[in-house]
Each structure stands twice: as structure tokens, then as C-alpha cells.
Write a protein that binds this ligand. Sequence first.
Ligand code: G4P
Length: 507
Amino acid sequence: MTSNRRTFAIISHPDAGKTTLTEKLLLTGGAIHLAGEVKARGQARRARSDWMKIEQQRGISVTSSVMTFEKDGTVFNLLDTPGHEDFSEDTYRTLTAVDSAVMVIDAAKGIEPQTRKLFEVCRLRSVPIITFVNKVDREGRSLFEILDEVADALALDVSPQSAPLGMGGLFTGVLDFASDTVAKPEGGSKEYLGSREPLGELPGDMAEEIELVREGYPAFDLEAYRSGDLTPVFFGSALKNFGVEELIAAIDRWAPPPRPQPSDDGPVSPERDEVTGFIFKVQANMDPNHRDRIAFMRQVSGTFKRGMKLTPSGLGKPIAVHSPILFFAQDREIADTAEAGDIIGIPNHGTLRVGDTLSESNKVRFTGLPNFAPEILRRIALKDPTKTKQLRKALDDLSEEGVIQVFYPEFGAQWIVGVVGQLQLDVLVSRLEAEYKVGAMLEPAPFATARWIKGSEAALKQFTDFNRANLATDRDGDPVFLAKSGWDVNYQVEKNPDLTFSATKER
Ligand code: G4P
């Protein structure tokens, strides 16, 4: 049986139009609803409305972390990636939970730094990508310039599926190659409202350009797309609704259904009978009065039913999942079941951690959810030294959530926090204050990066005896080498061939 799930994320540089496109996808997919329109029943209703209250209080959106809509029998799960310029592990991890991605680029700006970084993460995991060139209602670069830049910058084959007829003031619609129809702007706002015409005669220059775009690039090839070697390219305008229908149709038709996930026992197929999944994100302290949190599980296999017992790998004994949050569009009744590819929000009190596997049998462990080497390390100092215990608790919590990494040095009383981007430090300080009532300051640390070390007991002992001043343990008690520089890392790697120094830690 082929799955009707399509689980994907949108990657882009800030301002390229991810938010606008997300809204239009949801609108076109029929998932946008009026506030207060809750048709769920019983348990589901209570769970949802509680969370909605919390969302309002905090001004954040839980349910928008996962947006689900159903169109023509296909269920689309759109996972939100945090939209900051700064990079967090959260973003990386979300990409471990999707089967494909849509890359949005601005027609005037092309490939920007954040797009490239996110693209690299997708490439590492062979996540196939559909490209959406946005804002063709404005002046942009020439079609060739955009297509060639994607091809060159990302070393991908590009296969254009549509083309704007003019841009900016000259924009007269978007030609869809498959149907040979033009989506036309209408009314004062020049939006696409459903009007399509067969392609007519084009002015000479434009006819030639379109011909070259159609004929001069590789034809779409499903296998090349699915293996991450080719990206189909759609041109459109999220703001004016051009290209959105075509994008949904392409995700439906081409994007991969749930893929087998790597585990210590080999790949786990979505067809496996038992329910399995992994936690890729934890959001804590949604409600400042309760220490509750919600863990997001990507379901890998089986059919989940409300109330089912699953065993988290970190706990070893089963928990009953009574009030899961299933992120279905709100205009249909909340289902009591979920399938491979779906995301389930599991409220808990800290038992579930990022990277945990959940399963019925407790016999499988998913691999490949890495901790990344922090690029910024800081010492953390308390404003009130009596708050050590609270600080430790807070740091453990926040590192569980993936906001920071924490290292407890062998020597010295000050703990070290590591992050991938500057923004995480600001988040850390404000959350310590707001949620844990701990005033803290960050001070420079004499370290530039960290490496997890592994090796035989003897080799480890020899290394640690010599390098105590640079040693720490992470929150799991595993040994970490705190390096003063990249050079320092290379030096130790060469000097200690019996040890491995990893920039990531796979849980
Ligand atoms: P992001 O989530 O990727 O950061 O981008 P977002 O959707 O917020 O869009 C960034 C800006 O680009 C917004 O304008 C948005 O209206 C505009 N935009 C998005 N898609 C299109 C498009 O297809 N055509 C045009 N012309 N503009 C588009 P803003 O002025 O920053 O915000 P707002 O005042 O419009 O809300």
C-alpha cells in the first residue's frame, strides 16, 4: 500500500516569503479556519483548547509547528522551521523529520546564505527538494540567471516546470509547462483567482526566452529528484497566489511518501507493524505555571491509536499516550489515529527527550539525530550564587530541549554553554530569567569549540590524564574535549590516532 502522507518543510532565507507561501499553501489546501472554530470532541477538544489558551498567553504558536491539511485524499504535513537568521539545532533537527523540502528563493536575490546552509543539511540526508522562485510579480533576475545560479551554487540539475511571462510591471501571468496554460492576474490587486487561459501567441523576445527555458534544461526525472540530484523549479508569487496550486500538485505527485528511517537495527520501513517514531523537538514550559512540555514525535511506522502504550528509549518502561495532539486541519474531526509520516505532540513532564525513540517493542533505536558541535562557547555566571541548583536544573532542561548544549568541566566551578548561533544565547538568558527566575551572565570562555571523544578505555584514560584542563562531560556524562581553536583540534586528532573526535554526537 502506498502512503498518502507527504511530510515536508520549507527552507529559505528570511524575507524570501516562507510565511506568505505557508499561508497560501494552507489556504489552497483548505486548512485555514476561523479562530474559535473547534469541532473536535471529548479529550481531543480539551487538549486542543488548553494549548490554544497557552498559545495566546505566550504569543507563540504550538500548532503552527506542524500544519496539516488534506487535499484530494493526500495528507500534507508541513513542519515549520524557525525563521531566524541565526541557526539553531532545532532547525537541523526538524529537517531530520521530513521526507522532502520546498526551497523558496527570492527572484531578485537568488541563493542567499541561509538557503545554502539549509540546503546543505538536506543534501546530507538526501532530502529531495522542489524549488519555488518567489516574487515574480516584482522585478527579478532573468530566468537563465536564476536557474543557472541554483544549478551552479548547489551543484544540482534544475528542471523548470513553469515560467513567468514578464516580471514586475510587465508581468502578465505564469505559464505552466505541463498544461500549457497561463495563470492570469485579475482585478486591481492582480492576483491569481483561478483564471487560466491556453497559451497564445507570445511577443518575439519572450517566445524565444520561454522556448530556451523549456528546452535548454533537463526534463524532470523522478529518480534524480528523489535521490536529491535534480530539483524541479516553479516560478510564482506567494503574495499574489501564483504557482501555489502547481506546487501542491507537485508535492502530491512527486514528493516521496514516508521513507524508511535509519536505526541500529537497519532501516525501519513505514510498513512495519508496530508503532515506532522518534522525538525531534521538545517545547518546554508552554505554560509558565506548569513545568509541562510537548515532545514532537515523527511517526516512522505502524498505526497509532490514542491511549496506546509506547516505550521511550530513554526511560525503558512504557508510557500511555492519552492526550496526544494530532495536528489535523481543524475543519474536520480530529482523528484518533495517526500513520507513518504524521507528527504527534505528546505532553509530558520531562520524560521525553530529543533523540528518543518510541516504540511498542522497545527493540529499535533510531540513529541520525545529531548534536552539533557548538560554534560559540560561554561560561555561565550566576548573579545570585545561591541559585546553583536552579541553574543546573534549568541548563539540563534547556539542553534537553536543544536550545543549548551544556558542558560540565572537570576543573573549575563554572559551567560552559555551547550554541550554534548567537540568538540561542539571548534566548537562554531570557528564558533562565523568565521561566526559572535565575539571573545569569555569559562570560567569554577560553574555548572555541568542542569535540565528543571516543575510544578504548586505556586510550581515553591516557588522553584525559594529560588534558584535564580541557575536559568536560555533557549532560549524559559523556566525555567532551573543549578545544581552544580549530588548530588545537587538528593537533589532538593527529596525536591521538586511537581516539575519535566527533563534531556531532548521535544519540
Ligand atoms: P519570510 O517568512 O520568508 O521571512 O518572508 P515573508 O513571507 O514574511 O515575506 C517577506 C516580505 O516579502 C513580506 O513583505 C511579504 O509580503 C513579501 N512577499 C512575500 N511573497 C511575495 C511575493 O510573491 N511578491 C511580493 N511582491 N512580495 C512578497 P513585508 O513588506 O516585509 O511585510 P508585509 O508588510 O507585507 O507584511
